[in-house]
Design a protein around this ligand. Structure first.
Ligand SMILES: O=P(O)(O)OC[C@H]1O[C@H](O[C@H]2O[C@H](CO)[C@@H](O)[C@H](O)[C@H]2O)[C@H](O)[C@@H](O)[C@@H]1O
Length: 508
């Protein structure tokens, strides 16, 4: 009996998205357990090669595999279940994951049977033969947006409904409400969809060497989104911590390449999470850029010079500074107007305000969006965008993450497209502006973080923060192999940017 790794991995990812309590260490552990198995199969007949040292991980893997287990005949399901839950269980001996049946895509159905196979008619049977088995169309399983009776009536209404529908589609599949073969088919079809999507947005880890060959003779610059890229998505935005491992990796990246974090969050908040003074930070979707005045990896940015509270020299650029009083006002209004909606949260991101839907019951989403639209009506100089279960209010100026990357490249003296290879990794709609910028350049490596197919401008894909860490690590290794003394520059980056004094004035 075989289970496809991508199936378990996919349902695990969905499950992890729903968990708020998992430490990122465990997430990494789980993901790497599965990714070590490649795109092959978990053979439950002999030994599974999943290993871990954490009981909670085991039960999570077990839960992730639950939809598959319930599709098996009970004898197999019991042994698989006990395999998965007996806390690791499994000798790291041979690699059944790389069984002869292994393929790199999942377009082949997870289970199959010979043409004479009678098990097609067995309701809870996991097939082991090779005839194709029909897959239930996913659309029947996708949840629909429920209308609470409110109407979104402002000029942005059309977009708003589209965004809410997109948000809904991002919700983890409700596999617990599917039964038997439907669960099985749902995950099989989803995995096949993802595999087809990765043909257009190739997994960067699969083509790392090839892509890095194009970096020969060029300066690589690294731009990283924060939420969903360096830290896993969690329910409470105040608890979106990055792991110590990830921090150490990002620090290494910054000692090897000019590096910036480009986030929708307020810059101060993202700095509190990352705590690395040697980087550039662009908060509020790029409207609040700051970095060490003595540069990053030998590259210095131009901009307004200032000092932080500790007296260190910093350089900053705030193209929307005059909007600050307005954003303060709208943020307050938004809070007052949404406080009766359970789970709604307004996050003040300095030059942007973010309204969170994640902890709001889906039947109240339209109601919340209506409140946002009503407040927005009074402020035509502001604009509205959407992200992962958020609506974001921002200054209506032509400035976005793409512009911020462009600004940083120019101010770091890296504007010549022949000499530079920018790498940008992000997971959200607002990262698309940066992907577009890179695509318009001569060289550029745009990478979307996603475990599900998404419409994107990114050329490459990567599954989750754990894989991002792996990619960044490979990048550092690549740099070291080209220039073993590269990391020695790190010692010079001593500027501390904690609690910097901000000056809200337009910079030249
Ligand atoms: O540009 P980013 O660094 O990705 O920031 C975009 C938004 O990220 C945060 O929200 C997202 O992550 C939260 C924590 O995991 C999650 O609860 C939320 O649903 C996501 O949308 C942040 O809280 C927002 O302020 C940022 O704008």
């Amino acid at each position: 009996m075989v289970l496809k790794v991508t199936e378990v991995s996919y349902s695990l990812d969905r499950l992890l998205e729903q968990q708020t309590e998992i430490e990122s260490k465990e997430v990494g552990l789980l993901s790497s357990s599965l990714s070590r198995l490649g795109d092959g199969y978990l053979a439950a007949t002999g030994s599974l090669s999943l290993r871990s040292s954490c009981k909670r991980s085991a039960s999570l893997i077990s839960a992730a595999a639950e939809p598959l287990i319930t599709s098996c005949p009970s004898s197999i399901s019991t042994s698989l279940s006990s395999c998965l839950t007996s806390s690791l269980v499994l000798p790291a001996t041979s690699s059944p994951a790389k069984a002869a049946t292994t393929t790199t895509t999942t377009t082949t159905p997870l289970v199959s049977s010979s043409s004479s196979c009678s098990s097609h008619h067995h309701h809870h049977h996991l097939h082991t033969c090779s005839c194709p088995r029909p897959i239930t169309p996913i659309s029947t399983a996708l949840p629909k947006l429920r209308n609470s009776g409110y109407k979104i009536s402002d000029h942005n209404g059309g977009h708003m409904v589209k965004w809410l529908t997109a948000m809904k589609a991002q919700s983890p599949p409700h596999f617990r409400s599917l039964i038997g073969d439907h669960k099985f088919d749902f995950f099989a079809a989803k995995a096949a969809e993802y595999a087809a999507w990765t043909e257009k947005h190739i997994p960067i880890l699969d083509v790392f060497e090839k892509v890095m060959k194009t970096a020969k003779g060029k300066q690589v610059a690294v731009f990283l989104d924060y939420d969903g890229t360096l830290s896993p998505i969690v329910e409470d935005p105040d608890r979106a911590y990055m792991s110590d491992d990830m921090r150490a990796t990002v620090r290494e990246v910054a000692t090897s390449f000019p590096t910036a974090i480009i986030s929708g969050r307020g810059r101060q908040k993202v700095y509190e999470f990352v705590q690395l003074p040697e980087l550039f930070y662009a908060g509020s979707h790029g409207m609040d850029i700051m970095g060490p005045a003595d540069g990053c990896n030998g590259f210095k940015a131009s901009g307004t010079l200032a000092k932080d509270k500790k007296g260190n020299d910093i350089v900053f650029f705030q193209p929307a500074s005059e909007y600050l009083p307005l954003i303060n006002k709208v943020c307050k209004l938004m809070e007052d107007n949404t406080k009766d909606i359970e789970g709604a949260k307004v996050e003040h991101n300095l030059f942007c305000a973010t309204v969170h839907f994640r902890r709001v019951k889906e039947e109240n989403w339209v109601r919340l969006a209506e409140r946002v639209a009503n407040v927005m009506k009074g402020y035509p100089t502001l604009s509205l965008t959407h992200g992962r279960k958020v609506l974001e209010i921002r200054p209506g100026i032509a400035w976005d993450k793409g512009q911020a990357v462009n600004f940083l490249l120019e101010s770091l003296g890296m504007a010549n497209p022949n000499d530079v290879l920018p790498v940008y990794i992000g997971d959200d709609r607002t990262d698309e502006d940066a992907f577009k910028l890179l695509n318009g350049m001569k060289h550029g490596c745009s990478i979307l973080v996603s475990t599900v197919p998404k419409s994107t401008n990114a050329a490459y894909s990567i599954r989750n923060p754990s894989e991002v860490k792996q990619f960044l690590h490979q990048l550092v290794q690549w740099r070291m192999s080209k220039n073993p003394s590269a990391s020695s520059r790190s010692g010079s980056m001593t500027t501390s940017m904690s609690n910097p004094t901000l000056k809200y004035k337009r910079t030249p």
